[in-house]
Design a protein around this ligand. Structure first.
Ligand code: ADP
Ligand code: ZN
Length: 433
């Protein structure tokens, strides 16, 4: 099912044309209303008339998270305060929060984008959807909430922190859809199993998971434990919130609502645009937002773009799974390491629970990496030899993927702390020293 065929299945020429027109309008808006952008453009000796087609976007300056912080809280707003109807603040995963103001029209754009996502997952008016993202300043809860309502399905605003009640409602209301972080989905699955429930006791069919990076293995794990089809939803508060991109039934990349959010991939070091298929930093320009529109916002998320029509019929560009953030990347003994690499190894081995923690430290000037992982009850053994063998098996696999050796620490099931929101997978003690 497609929510907005007109915009999701446009020909490339039509889309480029629309994007070019919208970009010109956007540049006019920020030039006249946001001193930060006017000064940047003046420094480049540019006026809005220099921006006519979407290709002209390359002439425009980038915006960084630091720019948002420097203009905290509302310096980048283009709309007057009376036009702003809501504020959100980013969860501050990596530093100070940033505040985003939305006009009524922005909220409309956001709801529509999220509705495209839920429709792509197969949600209809007959579904009952539980939103297990945190409600509040974080955009996850309200973003998903309005998307579900916009489609006309029933929304259950469960939020986080009510796991027992959540399980009960899943069962009693015969809830068919679940939106939350992938780690919370697994936490719910665990809690369900602890209560002696199985996926047959609930009616979940569709899951909308995002707000943190997750892997293909994690998808399979969630699907088999909760008995649903799991789809990716991506977004960030600076751009709008969840619904910037979404998977369709093909589960082969997430379609970007590029009539609203124009994507580019750049080399984070040289800032040069990279071609389709090449991994780099994802950059978005908000083509239609008027509250806090952003030009070429550097997300720090690493992904690549896929062009061409998808089997689902949509023509919108797709982005591949986020492999991590530029600032998520650990440099351990000079080697780049992403938590997602460790995750894919662990989730590939039936012996382990899908929960892990990486502890990085520096001992005698040498970086160390410890990977803590929980052994599933069925594989837990009192025999030292068996456990040592398991430890070695994981250490060898990690070494071959990461190219550095890690000290594996086997833990009892349930001993690593779970997260209801975005999970913490890394403790870098080097930063604390
Ligand atoms: P922050 O976490 O930066 O404080 P947000 O709450 O707006 O701010 O979260 C946005 C970020 O969450 C994205 O930039 C991205 O790193 C991550 N994210 C959101 N959705 C996904 C997803 N589906 N897959 C991977 N990462 C995601
Ligand atoms: Zn598709």
């Amino acid at each position: 099912m497609i929510w907005n065929k007109n915009k999701e299945c446009m020909s490339r020429d039509e889309m480029s044309d629309l994007q070019g027109k919208r970009l010109h309008k956007l540049v006019e808006l920020v030039y006249h209303n946001v001193p930060f952008y006017r000064e940047k453009m003046q420094a480049l000796d540019m006026t809005p008339d220099d921006i006519r087609t979407i290709e002209d976007i390359r002439k425009l300056p980038f915006t960084t998270k630091q720019d948002l912080r420097d203009n905290y809280p509302t310096g980048l707003q283009a709309a007057s305060q009376s036009e702003i109807v809501r504020f959100h603040a980013s969860s501050g995963t990596t530093g100070n929060p940033t505040v985003v103001g939305y006009t009524r029209r922005d909220l409309e754009i956001w709801s529509e984008s999220a509705a495209r996502a839920f429709t792509a997952y197969g949600v209809t008016r007959d579904d009952i959807f539980s939103v297990g993202y945190g409600y509040g300043l974080f955009t996850g809860g309200l973003g998903a909430h309005y998307g579900v309502e916009y489609v006309g399905a029933t929304v259950v605003p469960t939020s986080t922190g009510n796991t027992e009640k959540h399980l009960r409602l899943l069962k009693d209301l015969k809830i068919t859809g679940l939106a939350c972080t992938p780690s919370y989905a697994l936490y719910l699955a665990e809690a369900m199993e602890k209560h002696g429930m199985t996926k047959d006791d609930i009616s979940l069919k569709i899951g909308a998971f995002g707000a943190e990076p997750w892997t293909e293995n994690m998808r399979q794990e969630i699907e088999s434990r909760l008995g649903l089809q799991a789809y990716n939803i991506y977004g960030l508060s600076e751009i709008i919130g969840p619904g910037v991109s979404y998977e369709c039934e093909c589960k082969n990349g997430s379609h970007i609502s590029e009539d609203h959010f124009y994507p580019e991939i750049i080399d984070p070091d040289t800032l040069e645009p990279l071609p389709y298929g090449t991994t780099g930093e994802l950059v978005f320009t908000t083509l239609t937002k008027t509250g806090m529109p952003l030009l070429r916002y550097r997300t720090r998320d690493l992904s690549s773009l896929i062009s061409g029509q998808c089997e689902c019929g949509r023509t919108n560009v797709r982005m591949t799974r986020i492999i991590g953030r530029c600032d998520d990347m650990l440099i351990i003994r000079g080697i780049n390491v992403f938590p997602s690499q460790v995750e894919s190894v662990i989730l590939d081995m039936p012996e382990f629970e899908p929960v892990y923690l990486m502890v990085v430290d520096r001992v005698n000037l040498l970086d160390t990496l410890e990977v803590q992982v929980e052994v599933r009850r069925d594989y837990f053994s009192d025999e030292l030899g068996t456990m040592l063998q398991l430890k070695k098996k994981l250490a060898d696999k990690l070494k071959s993927i990461l190219s550095i050796s890690a000290n594996v620490r086997l833990m009892e099931p349930g001993s690593i702390s779970r997260s209801e929101g975005k999970s913490v997978r890394v403790i870098d003690k080097r930063k604390l020293k």
